[in-house]
Design a protein. Sequence first.
Length: 450
Amino acid sequence: MKTALIVLAAGKGTRMNSDLPKVLHPIAGEAMLIHALSAAAHLEPAHKVVVAGHGAEQVRAAALDYDPEITVVTQEEQRGTAHAVAQARETLAGFEGTALVLYGDTPFVRPETLDRMQAALADHEIVVLGFEAADPGRYGRLVMEGDRLDRIVEWKDATDEERAITFCNSGLIACRAELMFDLIAQVSDKNAAGEYYLTDLPGIARERGLSATAVSCDEAETLGVNSRSDLAAAEAAFQARRRAEALEDGVTLMAPETVFFARDTVIGRDALVEPNVVFGPGVTVESGATIRAFSHLEGCHVSRGATVGPYARLRPGAELAEETRVGNFVEIKNARINEGAKVNHLSYIGDATVGARANIGAGTITCNYDGVMKHHTHIGAGAFIGSDTMLVAPVTVGEGAMTGSGSVITSDVEPYALALSRAPQVEKPGMARKLFEMLKAKKAKSQRGS
């Protein structure tokens, strides 16, 4: 059966004390909203609806940047979760399939859990996601009769007996779309908060002779984020899980607690990651590569046998081929470093192609930006770029060519040529002694005067 996602992302998140909508606060380098959407991507949903409210334009921009096919609807007035889902009614009019409601501030629900919810719909009209809470607190309680869900009771409306229940509501719910909107139309706001609760659906369904159930998951999957403290806890939980997964997958982490991953980081087995490494979004590191200490990688690809760092920065568009070397205090941006090439220290290579086995000396800079446009530098295979060379793009250094240390290269260099562009060295005998004596005398006079 086809699936439609409805992701609730309208809340302001007052406890975050932030101008940024709550669901756009990042975990592992990406907004919580993106984590929620990506968890259900494997279902290949026919429709994806994000219900925005506070900061709707920012939420819209983030959602469409992730997936241009998402439909963003607005809940102008926040009147509860059922009211929020009702905003998707027009978008899903005529849709014959399952509606799955997720929350933009509950980022860790696993794809396998969503699969189990989908499977449970074979025997029940409504499926909600529950969890056994170590501290039930103010969560809504799931009142079960065997494997059937009788009703969901909000903490504010629960009796003492109901509050003693530890099986709690995560908020996620699945149901045929047509039935969901039919049931929502019968939801009342006659409760302690004066809101339209999505949690009323199982009770209404039971009164109509329909069946509801609850699928259980680990409490960690249902972690919601409502404050900066929650956000920090969510980040810590994500990183702990990803570190454990990396180790299980055969990646060596010398100091796991100091390595930070993004949601989509991919690292092959037998890769070595030294301490204090940060992976931003969009990084792939192939098997057998080494990422040395204090390096930062984002939007890049590191091939088998390559070495990065220590203290290196790979920015978006950096492509390192096999057996390349990028060393300390080197920054690579939108550049391909081909097989066996070396950029070992104190260099910036941006908007460039570096040929196989080329050697880039310390202090080399590709001067790629003229204040308006970016320009490309091409360095041929086997070229040797002398230390402190400025390559003023657009420029090509041919295969096997060499530049002298301290050169400013503004024109193309032919293959196997040596390019030099230094001012002549001038030497004045005895001048250093005279200059020092003059300066010392000037300093002494100044001190006497003070």
